[in-house]
Design a protein around this ligand. Structure first.
Ligand SMILES: NC(=O)c1ccc[n+]([C@@H]2O[C@H](COP(=O)([O-])OP(=O)(O)OC[C@H]3O[C@@H](n4cnc5c(N)ncnc54)[C@H](O)[C@@H]3O)[C@@H](O)[C@H]2O)c1
Ligand SMILES: O=C(O)[C@H](O)COP(=O)(O)O
Length: 438
């Protein structure tokens, strides 16, 4: 990748100080300005080559169009729904995020809300502060033996599943991209949503917000749930339809809700927040010292790498030249001095890889998690040999994507539980290999 000149960056939200430090150490001038209105940002942005945000800054088309020099929008976190990615794409501005930095924190908050719903801890604590001693009102239920439905089995969904299994919960789920054989290895049985709704005592959603997930839980799906089902949304406001949730809470079809996110933040309509069976937080999923340190560091290092022409990690910008409407785009990526030509698209809101260096994959490869790509000649012992080698290195194979063709050198992709410490171990089996964490 050719180096990109970035001299001045604006950080418009509370991002860990290590971000500013790393950028400055690499010769980039950094200005921090928080709580700007969109008009303030429009007036300010023209002076900068880069902008670093969290979820609070609305990087609208107006902001992007006012930004004459902007080359990079860095999201210190996961969701980029506050950035108009299409407007950025049209202007050739790269949008990148740090999708893994806050996974554990968001998963832990989800588990906290699930457990608080089962034992009414926030309500009991408030009652104690009000001078009461009410042991009867806050009768709870054990998590043990209950069924948790997880909608969206990506990074956070997986971490929630394994944690709640330790409480003796049975975990079931649904994801259109993560294969059932993969989720089975971490204890989640997949099924259709129609089969899932009536089985669950608790439901938690971990998808991005997009047209296919907006209102996933709505009047119709609540009606199919067990009476008294408890729900958690630590993903994005609107995946659980807020009006439908309020109706379900009022009819007791829903026994309680844990909400970290809202359609409007902060929510002007307080009906849900004020409901006695709702526990809510002001979008705190990523608000831990550890998550902020990781996200701040990751975004700064990704920007520095880009400036040095090293790599383009975490880029989510779509390629307008190739016609997004057709769904596919082609990019050339340079990793450790080698060039890779990749064709990908976005399916159901999820980036997928279709082709790598002319190897067309049989199924689209979901670009999430730790991915190992290798080039080899197809042969029956190839997969068992790679699996054995990974097992020796203490790394689990979470998914396997094979090329459609079986002739000559082809590229394969393997999802890993963690990146390999040493790619050299693959040498006897493969002709080339690279790994990335997406
Ligand atoms: N509350 C917070 O502070 C906080 C923190 C981090 C992430 N998040 C949000 O949590 C969500 C999940 O993040 P992640 O890192 O696990 O993302 P991820 O991309 O790893 O996982 C999302 C999963 O959703 C699946 N999916 C897509 N469409 C679906 C559908 N219609 N039904 C079911 N599954 C579907 C995808 O296949 C993918 O596996 C995102 O919305 C993210 O913005 C919130
Ligand atoms: O998508 C995310 O990363 C989370 O929602 C966290 O958002 P935040 O960085 O604004 O806390």
């Amino acid at each position: 990748m050719a180096p990109i000149s970035i001299k001045r960056i604006l950080i418009s939200e509370s991002v860990d100080p290590c971000c500013k430090k790393i950028l400055q150490e690499n010769g980039i001038q950094v200005t921090e300005k928080q709580n700007m209105s969109t008009d303030d940002l429009i007036a300010e942005i023209k002076d900068y080559d880069g902008l670093v945000v969290r979820s609070g800054t609305k990087v609208t088309a107006d902001v992007i169009n006012a930004a004459g020099n902007l080359k990079i929008i860095g999201r210190a976190g996961t969701g980029v729904d506050n950035v108009d990615v299409d407007a950025a794409t049209i202007k050739g501005i790269i949008v990148m995020n740090t999708p893994s930095g806050n996974t554990i924190s968001a998963a832990e908050l989800t588990c906290t809300l699930l457990m608080s719903l089962s034992r009414h801890v926030p309500q009991a604590a408030m009652s104690m502060k009000a001078g009461n001693w009410d042991r009867k009102k806050f009768m709870g239920a054990e998590m043990y033996g209950k069924i948790l439905g997880i909608v969206g089995l990506g990074r956070i969904g997986k971490e929630v599943a394994t944690r709640m299994q330790s409480f003796g919960m049975k975990t079931i789920g649904y994801d259109p991209i993560t294969p059932p054989e993969v989720t089975a290895t971490w204890g989640v049985e997949q099924m259709s949503l129609e089969q899932l709704w009536p089985k669950c005592d608790y439901i938690t959603v971990h998808t991005p917000l997009m047209p296919s997930t907006a209102g996933l839980l709505n009047d119709t799906s609540f009606a199919k749930c067990k009476k008294g089902v408890k729900v958690v949304n630590c993903a994005r406001g609107g995946i659980i339809d807020e009006d439908a949730l309020l109706r379900a809470l009022e009819s007791r079809q829903c026994g309680g809700a844990g909400l970290d996110v809202f359609v409007e933040e902060p929510p002007k309509n307080r009906a849900l927040v004020n409901h006695p069976n709702v526990i809510s937080c002001p979008h705190l999923g990523a608000s831990t010292k550890e998550a902020q340190a990781r996200c701040g560091q990751d975004i700064a290092l990704q920007i520095v790498d880009m400036v040095m022409g090293k790599s383009l990690v975490g880029a989510v910008t779509r390629n307008h030249n190739e016609g997004l409407t057709q769904g596919a785009c082609e990019v050339e990526i340079f990793v450790n001095g080698s060039s890779y030509r990749a064709t990908g698209s976005v399916q159901g809101g999820v980036p997928v890889l279709l082709e790598l260096n002319r190897s067309v994959f049989r199924q689209p490869v979901s670009l999430t998690g730790n991915l190992l790509f290798f080039k080899a000649v197809a042969s029956p012992p190839l997969l068992p040999s790679v699996t054995g080698l990974l097992a020796k290195a203490g790394v689990e194979m979470e998914s396997f994507s094979a090329p459609a063709a079986r002739i000559g050198d082809q590229w394969y992709c393997v999802g890993l539980s963690s990146l390999l410490g040493d790619l050299g171990a693959l040498q006897p089996l493969v002709k080339a290999a690279a790994q990335v964490s997406v």
